[in-house]
Design a protein around this ligand. Structure first.
Ligand code: F0G
Length: 470
């Protein structure tokens, strides 16, 4: 709940609590050393506030826990599937609903079916698992974010948009090689930024003129709908359900991770309009996920998602969530701390390139900053920069990502406003001593999704350059 001039309060009260534990600085230094600088390797019990991801880390409601008990575990035709299918169908409007254990399983099935060498899949910005699932088929994953997204300081309200001219040009050039266009709402890779309904409609029109289907990566559909309502006067008076309908009516299908706006701890789905495509996708589903009426989820998971989808579009909830994230973003911005503007839907993004301007991209300033936030206050965050999104050229040389960001992803309904105040205070302390912070180098690197498994060693802050002039 958020009313101007009143403190932000959570629109729920707490029925069940989970203790979190403060550690000492010495302990945290040991934890970082043992994890070889990779925060994914730190046991969660050693983290005070875990902002690694907003995925699967939210708190379920009492209504969801109640629904869990109703879960029917029949292998085929479970009534829990019927409730799940109904709830997805009502909200998103797709005829065929195919459950998967999480979002990347939906991506895997979709791209194994439609991908292959020589093909190209454009997106406003691919999430890392989407990219990996496309590239593993030999196809190319192309990001076409709008120009405004390049400037982390720009307050353009829809920095998640697709670059329409670039899309048009690509479809022209790659005629016959683009099996589908994808739009990720909100655009996680570009800072959790909103996508405008107008932009979605324009993408649809371009797709139509080239006869190419449009799919939506729906993970944060409700947060996107809320940002549309806040930022586009044409939608200000509409309810969220209507905005969600407008979002998906332009699409031929979607992939979804229910671990985000499904308000569940696991689950996902693929949903499509085309019957023949649905049949093909279900064939693959049976091999890797499960029978089409559970597809990788238990009956109780299906129930939790079905109920979660009704709660996530409640306006009190969305208003509070957005206000709480914008609160952190605005307080940091006021202090001159570089953040991605405007506030996104699920996370606060620090701009590590501007936070640590003395650390070059090749020394991963985002990873260095994430480590410092853990050392300073037990906060776990995630680099989204040249470590996660960087590429290599044909000779194996590193290429930088578009941005060096640190994402503070806020789990849904899990932390309170005082946790947010603590977060601001810790970031400010790190900001005060930023000039002492050096970068990191990779000492071990796995071949795919390297950020999950890489090891690092820290390198000291560069000494001021000694001038060669006499
Ligand atoms: N698409 C987007 C935009 C995502 O953010 C994610 C996951 C996925 C797809 C894959 O879904 O995890 O259920 O397999 N994002 C998480 C994150 C992991 O931290 O942003 P999944």
């Amino acid at each position: 709940m958020s009313q101007p001039d009143l403190p932000i309060i959570e629109p729920f009260r707490i029925k069940s609590v989970e203790p979190i534990r403060m550690t000492t600085r010495e302990e945290r230094e040991r934890h970082v050393a043992e994890a070889e600088g990779n925060l994914f390797r730190i046991p969660a019990k050693n983290v005070l506030i875990d902002l690694l991801t907003d995925s699967g880390t939210g708190a379920m409601s009492s209504a969801q826990w109640g629904a869990v008990l109703r879960g029917d575990e029949s292998y085929a035709g479970s009534p829990s599937y019927e409730r799940f299918e109904q709830s997805v169908h009502e909200l998103f409007g797709f005829e065929h609903v195919i459950p998967t254990h999480q979002g990347r399983a939906a991506e895997h099935i979709l791209f194994q079916t439609l991908g292959g060498p020589g093909l190209v899949f454009p997106n406003n910005t691919h999430f890392d698992t989407t990219r990996a699932n496309i590239e593993s088929t030999g196809a190319a994953a192309l990001d076409l974010p709008c120009a405004e997204s390049a400037d982390t300081r720009s307050t353009f309200p829809f920095k998640g948009n697709m670059d329409l001219d670039a899309l048009e040009g690509l479809l022209e050039r790659e005629k016959g090689n683009v099996p589908l266009v994808m739009m990720t709402v909100t655009n996680n890779g570009a800072g959790g930024q909103a996508v405008a309904i107008d932009n979605l409609r324009a993408v649809r029109a371009i797709c139509d003129s080239h006869g190419v289907p449009l799919f939506i990566d729906a993970c944060r559909f409700a947060e996107n709908a809320w940002l549309v309502k806040q930022r586009d006067p044409a939608w200000a008076e509409k309810d969220v359900r209507e905005i969600v309908r407008a979002t998906f009516e332009v699409a031929d299908g979607c992939t979804m991770s229910a671990k985000k706006d499904g308000l569940a701890n696991i689950g996902g789905f693929l949903a499509v309009r085309d019957r023949d495509l649905a049949r093909e996708l279900r064939q693959r589903l049976v091999v890797t996920e499960g029978f089409p009426t559970y597809g990788g989820m238990s009956g109780r998971d299906l129930e939790a998602v079905a109920q979660g989808l009704t709660e996530v579009i409640e306006e009190d909830y969305l208003a509070y969530r957005q206000a709480s994230i914008a609160y952190v973003c605005d307080r940091l911005d006021e202090r001159g701390i570089p953040v991605v503007l405007p506030a996104g839907g699920h996370a606060i993004f620090l701009d590590a390139a501007r936070f640590l301007p003395h650390v070059p991209w090749s020394k991963f300033p985002g990873q260095a900053l994430a480590i410092e936030l853990y050392l300073e206050g037990g906060i776990r965050s995630c680099e989204i920069g040249s470590l996660m999104m960087g590429r290599k050229d044909e000779d194996g040389n590193e290429l930088p990502a578009a941005h060096e960001l640190v994402r503070l992803a806020i789990p849904r309904r899990t932390y309170t406003q005082s946790h947010m105040d603590y977060l601001i205070a810790i970031i400010e302390r790190v900001w005060q001593r930023r000039s002492e912070i050096g970068g990191v180098e990779i000492t071990f690197e796995p071949p795919v999704l390297r950020h999950f498994g890489a090891s690092f060693r820290s390198v000291p802050a560069a000494q001021p350059e000694v001038s060669g002039r006499t």
